[in-house]
Design a protein around this ligand. Structure first.
Ligand code: DGJ
Length: 739
């Protein structure tokens, strides 16, 4: 998969569908030549480079008017010579110089892929899955090395990249910027697609035309954030879901990030992704190393849907780890929206008993079970049972729930602390914050300084005490505020710029320790909903709560946008009560179920208060989900109608089993329409020749279903006298089974 041609000094990473080509330029730096469809073994730099003399350029060599980095497309651009675009990295010497000159030193090609120390990353299941190229660059003035790692996967149009800095020189240097990838695409005829939003409306799809200058999204909040996701796509303007060129860039990281494209005077687009340089510096002492997070780059000519499927498969098979990667996920019930903080053991047992009858697998006890917590003003940091509410402690409650035949899950917010807590009274200096200034709170809480190993140790020990004493099979790991007044009382002044990254390394460390010690526990990440829903989290927690907004209409956009990169099996989705607690909308139980099926599926309401009719419907929903869980979680997902287009009144999507034998379609209409024309929904991914039975009502071939479509029953044709009234908030599911 990886070749190096000595004469032309060209590296070519290639599989069935893509090529990634770059080479060593005349000055020893690396030039980027091609990332896209597979190309031939053309080992001639002249074919790929823009080496012509241009007016007013600064040139690298005195005798050569045509060699300017300003004209070159570069592989990991440096600051300081003839390239005036933003560099991928920047180092500062003790004398203040920011000029560096790393040149090619050597390379090696290895089977498989090494892990990244302390960081989440994709992995090979067997060494033959992929091949890795490691290129060592050296700056002889400062004695520093940079190792650029590239992995190409055998059966997927995927290249991953990460970078390691090694200081073997005599002096310390400061890393001012260290992106994980940088790539100069030949032109700028692209739309830039990002996933943006806010609390309760996470990951909405936004697109804009790329143009000269810099355009970017990022986060400096200490978490990847609800506002922007560490993922962007550059797609041709004509590219749609099923046709056309698109490049995806996804950062396997949960902290501050920057995703940026810079279009220069020649229309070359420099795309880079990595740790946000704002507030970031790293003191690279002589003898030390620094590793960037990994970026996963995907290229396709088959449209956005294919791009998403590539990410889904990779993140399901080569990022998610542990027992829960393969096992069917439990249908859970979470008590948060049912009780908030107002519960006691009897109330919890009542919900659990009712849940068991409905076929639910797991009961999750949310916020409020610890310390003396009855609202959001106290006890974060005191991870022992609130015995005023739970006289038998978590151990006693969990055992009772286990004896009912349910799993038991517990909520934690391990990174946070309230001032009203035993932990704060003992260790007031463990919070992040400048001691000379007033500190901002978020939801009355402060952030523990996870850059300090003793803080992580303390929380780990506290969690183990509970987990060792109770049959716990699931943890919801929440994180409800971002970092302000960023200052660590432990870090020296020259290391304060490391706080945000060290913080995330501390979070990963705790996750690693817990998941290794308790491999049977299913972790669900959460950050006030979807405030840290990123590939980094998926490495530890195979599912995440994608939003605090549980309204089924709002969820259409959130789930649709999230599916752009994240697999359906990773999306925490629950049926909740009406009126909905976020938007006060009333949708049918059917629609709430039909939307939540396309996720991990669970409930978040007081099932003990349901009518018999509702309970019967819920029982049917759970049975239906379990029958289709494998198809939904392991099949291929297709987006059919976008809630972000044409007024957003309809949304449709479907999952098709890997063997094409079954499919499940979800169709949703927000507002009823009046006497409108007939609608047909064209399906995707079916076997053209196969005949499918649709909802046990009729049969049609895959070809016909894909190219002519299924008729959607119009809401307005249902007679007002009929029981089957519809109107607003309609949903249909169609189950297809090959005969
Ligand atoms: C925010 C989460 O997103 C909710 O699901 C819930 O766990 C609350 N925190 C509890 O405080």
């Amino acid at each position: 998969m990886i070749a190096y041609n000595k004469e032309s000094k060209i590296f070519h990473l290639k599989n069935q569908s893509i090529s990634y080509v770059f080479g060593i330029l005349k000055n020893g730096q690396l030039g980027h030549f091609h990332f896209g469809p597979k190309v031939g073994d053309d080992y001639d730099q002249g074919l790929f480079r823009n080496s012509v003399a241009r007016p007013l350029t600064a040139c690298c060599f005195e005798e050569d008017q045509a060699f300017s980095l300003d004209n070159e497309r570069l592989e990991y651009p440096t600051y300081g010579t003839t390239d005036f675009r933003e560099p991928a990295f920047q180092l500062m010497r003790e004398n203040g110089s920011r000029v560096t000159g790393f040149t090619y030193e050597r390379h090696e090609i290895i089977k498989g892929k090494a892990s990244l120390e302390g960081l989440p990353a994709t992995y090979a299941n067997v060494p033959d899955d992929c091949e890795t190229l490691k290129i060592t660059m050296f700056d002889s003035v400062i004695g520093c090395y940079i190792i650029l790692s590239y992995t190409i996967f055998k059966d997927a149009p995927v290249i991953t990249r990460s970078v390691r800095f090694i200081n073997e020189g005599q002096e310390d240097v400061k890393i001012l910027r260290a992106m994980s990838t940088s790539i100069d695409l030949f032109d700028s005829n692209f739309d830039w697609l990002q996933l943006s939003g806010a609390w309760a409306r996470e990951r909405h799809i936004k697109t804009r035309r790329l143009c000269e200058g810099i355009q970017s999204v990022g986060s400096v909040r200490g978490a990847s954030s609800t506002n922007h996701n560490p993922f962007v796509v550059l797609k041709r303007p004509s590219c749609n879901e099923f046709r056309g060129e698109a490049y995806g860039f996804s950062l396997v990281y949960s902290g501050n990030f920057l995703a940026q494209a810079e279009v220069n005077q020649d229309g070359v687009s420099r795309v880079m992704l990595g740790i946000h340089p704002q507030n970031f510096t790293w003191h690279l002492e002589s003898g030390s190393t620094f590793t960037t997070p990994e970026v996963v780059m995907v290229y396709t000519e088959q449209g956005l849907n294919h791009l998403s499927q590539v990410y889904h498969n990779l993140y399901r098979n080569n990022l998610t780890r542990g027992q829960w990667k393969e096992k069917p996920r439990p249908v859970l019930i979470n008590n948060w929206e049912a009780t908030y903080f107002d519960f006691n053991e009897e109330k919890i047992l009542e919900i659990a008993r009712a849940s068991k009858k409905l076929g639910i697998d797991l009961f999750v006890l949310d916020d409020g079970w610890f310390g003396k917590r009855n609202d959001d003003t106290s006890s974060l940091g005191d991870w022992h049972s609130n015995t005023a509410k739970l006289p038998n402690g978590i151990g006693g409650l969990a055992a009772k729930i286990r004896d009912m035949g349910l799993g038991f899950g517990l909520w934690y917010e391990p990174e946070m602390i309230n001032k009203d807590s035993e932990l704060y009274r003992k260790h007031p200096d463990w919070i992040i914050g400048d001691p000379d200034r007033r500190l901002s709170h978020g939801r009355n809480q402060y952030v523990l300084d996870y850059s300090r190993p003793e803080v992580v140790d303390n929380i780990f020990d506290q969690m183990c005490q509970v987990l060792d004493g109770a049959p716990i099979t699931y943890i919801k790991w929440d994180m409800n505020r971002n970092i302000t007044e960023a200052f660590s009382r432990m870090l020296s002044s020259d290391k304060q710029g490391e706080l945000f990254h060290r913080y995330i390394l501390g979070v990963y460390d705790l996750y690693e320790r817990l998941t290794s010690r308790y491999p049977e526990i299913l972790f669900e990440s959460c950050a006030a909903g979807g405030g840290r829903f990123d590939p980094g989290m998926l490495f530890y927690a195979p599912q995440g709560w994608i939003s605090d907004d549980t309204d089924s209409v709002e969820r259409l956009k959130i789930q649709y946008g999230t599916s752009m990169v994240y697999p359906i099996s990773s999306m925490g989705s629950h049926v909740s009560a009406i009126p909905n607690h976020q938007v006060f909308r009333e949708t049918s139980l059917k629609m709430r179920g039909d939307v939540a099926y396309f996720g991990t599926f669970g409930y978040e309401l007081d099932v003990a208060k349901m009518s018999e009719e509702e309970m019967n419907e819920v029982t049917d929903q759970i049975r239906f989900f379990k029958e289709n869980q494998k198809l939904i979680h392991k099949g291929d997902f297709y987006r059919l109608v976008s809630p972000f287009e044409d007024g957003g009144n309809t949304t449709a999507w479907m999952s098709v089993s890997k063997d094409g034998e079954e499919a499940l379609v979800g169709y949703y209409q927000v507002l009823g329409d009046v006497n409108n024309g007939f609608k047909r929904l064209k399906l995707q991914g079916l076997l053209p020749e196969k005949r499918y039975r649709v909802n046990d009502e009729y049969t049609a071939t895959g070809d016909t279903l894909m190219h002519f479509g299924i008729l959607i029953k119009p809401s307005n044709l249902i007679m007002p006298t009929s029981d089957d009234r519809s109107g607003d908030f309609l949903s249909y599911t169609y189950k297809l089974k090959a005969e």
